[in-house]
Design a protein around this ligand. Structure first.
Ligand code: GAP
Length: 478
């Protein structure tokens, strides 16, 4: 783990964002719990995505399908046969790796700027993966002279035990049940239900946020690769002739959504998927610059009619639609699939800063986009006596129905500000002696620490205008 990730993990735990799952029993690899501020941030991200999809588009509706699903769904969708990762062991270090990641990371390091060379190797790797040609893959590893990237010992290059491993969790004592590895199949299986009950016409979309489960054997990057995680997926059903148009449309639309988060334009890049999943015919990844380099954050795929056709064959249900000109089709599907936990990590990664102050001291601040911040504002008394605490509580009680706010009086004002900076609260309102005289409070901004004096009556409107989700949703419409 690099130093920044160590800092991120420790900050996330100390300030109630992320805890290791089953912590008191020693934790479980690649499973985490969200703490008191983590869940607020996560819910705010979900709300932003959900409203962007289902409120701003009158042809997209949302559903919430079950996590436990019939094994026949996964047989039809190809996941039982195809949803496999190729793993390999390093005999010297005893560490296990995903073959494609081992090779990709290695060539990214060694041939940093030589894109031609990297591409050639990736094409060969993907061809061999498709053909399941394991002897060529081990040949490639040996030609590249890859050694263990964790032990970093150049002698650790004896690779063994290469095998395919299905990533799905089967419920052992319940016949026919799987934990879903993607939320998308719940959408495909409800296509007819939604279409009939809402009388939707092509093109239309179905969105869903929910947990997915993958038995990730090799997971060493905090929230990036989890065994239990959440996806925010949308399947957009179209006429086949419009595939290219909608594919481009959703790539642009999703990129614009990410850029509005203001995490930095250069932090993103679009990469055509070189190793497409078994269901996809076109695929682009929106990659984010995580502390360990650019990695997939969201995938946009054309799944054509792969899934609906498979379900039609297995169930005899008809997925055919009519274009009004007597042409009948099984709709094509453009999918947008975003990992919620990955986005959560991207936001924390870009927001967590250690800043040097003018007085030589340091502060740790989470510069989270204000409309996503776990707490929108803190109401703080300068001191607990002389009636200031009572005024603080009164302001809090009046305002708590409108926004997620807190009041805190457990420390000196300087320490209270530091704590709010560390959890990313965009605004603090301080009640002091002047408040008793003229009903004004000090409003302090998290990012530049500037302060201004405002009337108590303005607090609600200030919180809304500086942190409200509405402002950013309106920008999406432009
Ligand atoms: N329905 C398509 C699908 O599931 P995917 O590329 O396998 O496609 C989509 O996953 C997104 O889900 C990824 O871009 C990533 O953000 C997230 N994701 C996938 N596996 C993950 C894992 N093990 N941990 C956290 N997020 C994951």
């Amino acid at each position: 783990m690099n130093n920044f990730i160590k800092f991120l993990v420790s900050h996330s735990k100390s300030y109630g964002f992320i805890f290791p799952s089953s912590d008191i029993y020693g934790g479980i690899n690649a499973i985490y719990d969200y703490g008191q501020y983590g869940i607020e941030l996560k819910n705010n991200i979900k709300e932003f995505w959900w409203k962007s999809m289902t409120y701003l588009n009158d042809n997209i509706v949302g559903i919430d399908s079950s996590i436990l699903t019939h094994s026949d769904i996964w047989k039809s969708s190809g996941h039982i046969d195809e949803f496999k990762e190729l793993l390999i062991d390093n005999k010297n270090s005893k560490k296990r790796y995903r073959v494609n990641i081992l090779i990709e990371n290695y060539i990214n390091k060694i041939f940093y700027n030589n894109h031609n060379k990297k591409n050639k190797i990736l094409i060969r790797l993907n061809k061999s993966l498709k053909k399941k040609d394991l002897s060529d893959i081990i040949k490639l590893i040996n030609e590249l002279d890859i050694y263990d990237p964790i032990s970093k010992n150049k002698k650790d290059k004896y690779w063994t035990n290469m095998h395919f491993f299905n990533m799905m969790f089967e419920i052992k004592n319940s016949k026919n049940l799987f934990l879903r590895p993607e939320t998308a199949q719940g959408i495909f299986c409800n296509f007819i239900n939604v279409q009939k009950s809402s009388r939707m016409k092509i093109p239309f979309g179905i969105a869903q946020i929910g947990k997915s489960f993958r038995n990730e054997i090799v997971a060493r990057q905090f929230l990036f690769r989890l065994r239990e995680f959440e996806q925010m997926e949308m399947q957009f059903f179209i006429y086949p002739k419009d595939e290219k148009k909608w594919y481009k449309y959703w790539i642009n639309k999703r990129l614009k959504w990410h850029l509005l988060l203001n995490l930095g334009k250069n932090q993103y890049r679009l990469i055509n998927h070189k190793n497409l999943a078994h269901y996809a015919t076109l695929g682009v990844d929106i990659e984010f610059n995580f502390p360990f380099g650019f990695r997939e954050l969201e995938g946009i795929h054309s799944r054509r009619d792969f899934d609906l056709k498979q379900h039609e064959l297995s169930t005899n249900k008809k997925f055919i639609v009519n274009d009004g000109k007597k042409n009948k089709y099984i709709p094509y599907v453009i999918e947008t699939s975003l990992g919620l936990d990955r986005l959560f990590m991207a936001i924390l990664t870009s927001s967590l800063k250690e800043e040097k102050l003018k007085n030589g001291k340091k502060r740790i601040v989470l510069k989270i986009p204000p409309y996503l911040s776990p707490v929108k504002a803190a109401i703080l008394p300068l001191v607990k006596k002389d009636g200031l605490l009572e005024i603080t509580k009164k302001i809090f009680n009046n305002e708590k129905v409108n926004h997620k706010i807190i009041y805190d009086c457990k420390d000196s004002i300087g320490k209270l500000y530091r704590k709010q900076d560390a959890i990313g609260t965009p605004l603090c309102f301080t009640v002091d002696y002047e408040t008793i005289e003229n009903n004004t409070v000090t409003m302090r901004y998290r990012d530049n620490m500037l302060q201004e004096r405002i009337h108590i009556k303005e607090i609600s409107q200030k919180i809304e205008s500086k942190t409200g989700l509405k402002n950013i949703l309106e920008k999406l419409l432009k």
